[in-house]
Ligand binder design. Structure first.
Ligand code: ATP
Length: 248
């Protein structure tokens, strides 16, 4: 589904991604775990193509020079040079960190905006699905995004990403700052999305523990480098990994 090789990103002279290889097979949930500043968002921006936009903006503003290299294959084709909108059209959809919903628009408007790529029939079908997946959003339809709780905003962010008809969903730190109960709801929803919609999911998190039970495979990112990878069971059964990364 996704095969990224040798990804390197420099912010000016600072190496943010160091020769990272990431593989996500069809219908898999793949985790990428790493501390603050490990490079998780940089990875997600690079895969979704948004890094190219960030780079151009910096160049136009006369800011820092961002250098990106490596190769990204998605569904068997090389998308390294494709614009983010082209990647989105092919089903590579980013749900960015810090839940960037439209704070002034209602829940329903946020979802409708997410569905602009879909046909009206598809959009209506997905809208029903989002409300089935997150029943808490039903009575909040008319509520303005900015007035939702953190957990509700994250549900909305995921819902909006689903409206864009992903085949591979890039979920950047969906659990950040949320209560254990809300984390459990979102983890369950992530698994349900994969199981029911056959959407492959690449999910980043700082802490592996809550997400590990639902991943098929995971990578550990340290200072921009993928220092370890394995199946869920391989990682769980590795005593070094257990102690160092999972706190179990
Ligand atoms: P967090 O959990 O804090 O979001 P992260 O793993 O997502 O961290 P990134 O946001 O990818 O990490 O950042 C990786 C490194 O690159 C950090 O040291 C960060 O300060 C740096 N960085 C990120 N964006 C920029 C930028 N636009 N310019 C310069 N440095 C940046």
């Amino acid at each position: 589904m996704l095969d990224a090789k040798g990804l390197m990103v420099f912010y000016e002279n600072m190496l943010a991604l160091n020769n990272v290889n990431i593989l996500c097979k069809e219908n898999q949930i793949v985790g990428v775990f790493g501390a603050n500043s490990a490079g998780k968002s940089t990875l997600m921006y690079t895969l979704s193509g948004i890094m190219e936009d960030i780079k151009k903006k910096e160049e136009m503003a006369g800011g820092e020079r961002i250098t990106v290299s490596g190769k990204i294959q998605y569904k068997g084709i090389d998308i390294t040079k494709l614009r983010p909108s082209e990647r989105a059209r092919r089903g590579l959809i980013l749900c960015p960190e810090r839940r960037r919903i439209f704070k002034e628009s209602s829940v329903l408007e946020n979802l409708r905006i997410g569905g602009y790529l879909a046909s009206p029939a598809q959009a209506n079908k997905t809208l029903d699905y989002v409300f089935k997946l997150f029943p808490a959003l039903v009575k909040l339809k008319k509520r303005v995004g900015g007035f939702l709780s953190g957990g509700e905003q994250q549900m909305l962010a995921i819902g909006r990403a689903l409206m864009a008809q992903p085949k591979l969903l890039l979920l950047d730190e969906p659990l950040l700052g949320l209560s254990p109960l809300m984390q459990a709801i979102l983890i369950r929803a992530t698994k349900v999305i994969r199981d029911e919609q056959q959407i492959s999911i690449l999910v980043t998190e700082q802490y592996a523990r809550p997400v590990l039970p639902i991943v098929d495979h995971a990578f550990i990112l340290e200072n921009g480098a993928a220092v370890m990878e394995g199946s869920r069971d391989e990682l769980l059964n590795n005593p070094d990994v257990r102690g160092a990364y999972f706190g179990v």
